[in-house]
Design a protein around this ligand. Sequence first.
Ligand SMILES: NC(=O)c1ccc[n+]([C@@H]2O[C@H](COP(=O)([O-])OP(=O)(O)OC[C@H]3O[C@@H](n4cnc5c(N)ncnc54)[C@H](O)[C@@H]3O)[C@@H](O)[C@H]2O)c1
Length: 267
Amino acid sequence: MGIVQDTYDMTGRVAIITGAARGLGKAAATLLADVGAHVVIVDNRAELAAATAAELRAAGYSADSAEVDVSKRLEVDALVADVLARHGRLDVMINNAGIITESGPLDVTEDELDRVHAVNFRGVVYGSQAAARAMIPKRKGSIINITSGAVDAPTPFMIAYATAKAAAAQFSRSLAAELGPHQVRVNTVAPGWVDTPMNERHVLREDGTVDPERKAAYVAQRSKMSVMGIPGEPNDQAFAMLYLASDAAKFVTGQVLRPNGGVSMLW
Ligand SMILES: NC(=O)c1ccc[n+]([C@@H]2O[C@H](COP(=O)([O-])OP(=O)(O)OC[C@H]3O[C@@H](n4cnc5c(N)ncnc54)[C@H](O)[C@@H]3O)[C@@H](O)[C@H]2O)c1
């Protein structure tokens, strides 16, 4: 193999990806599996997670799934303990699971703050801590936390989401400093807008199905947000995660990657 293939090869490595039943997490799991890693598809939607893992196995990859609510510390700790018991190692932890609500700063409710911060912030803390405990003794590992372009600018809406993501970003930088001497890397990916099931909430009919006309108009409107004028695709984020997970990024820690079509230049 050449240097590029060698550097990206993850044969024999083990990766946990949370929120990987669909969307960006599924895309990242697929790329990691494609370079040889065993991937653990973690989600609180157990059936969808099992179906995603089965789909990957049918494509010839090594994958299994686990039902975990990332906002429950005991469940996250048990997940990592189980992966260590079965595989003896954890090389990559991608804390990707996330939820969103719409309220702005003046009307955000206590319930929204509790629910969104539990998943988007505390879930990242629990996943990172459990992974760090597994990686420190091996003196190697990559933790990747998924934040959002929402941390880069004031948002008049989705404030529970943006503040939880900002907290996750700050936690990640602090953890990177703490884990550097242990050779464990911590980085974040801050995606721009991507067409995933999460964003279909804006274009649903009353019966819960997607309205194709409204969706096309919505995608066109969101595409104009970037200087490139095109919509983001899940693999645009997944390749950033693959890079940070791989040995190509062995000297990269405490960083933020922003695959967003240049939108951050406009803010
Ligand atoms: N799609 C975008 O435009 C966009 C932009 C910026 C950031 N992000 C972030 O990227 C990540 C993935 O987003 P997506 O668009 O793929 O969303 P998605 O809704 O399509 O997928 C998220 C997955 O997380 C799972 N999940 C939710 N709560 C969970 C919990 N408590 N425990 C375990 N799993 C849970 C869901 O079941 C789902 O499978 C999220 O953190 C999101 O905030 C997405």
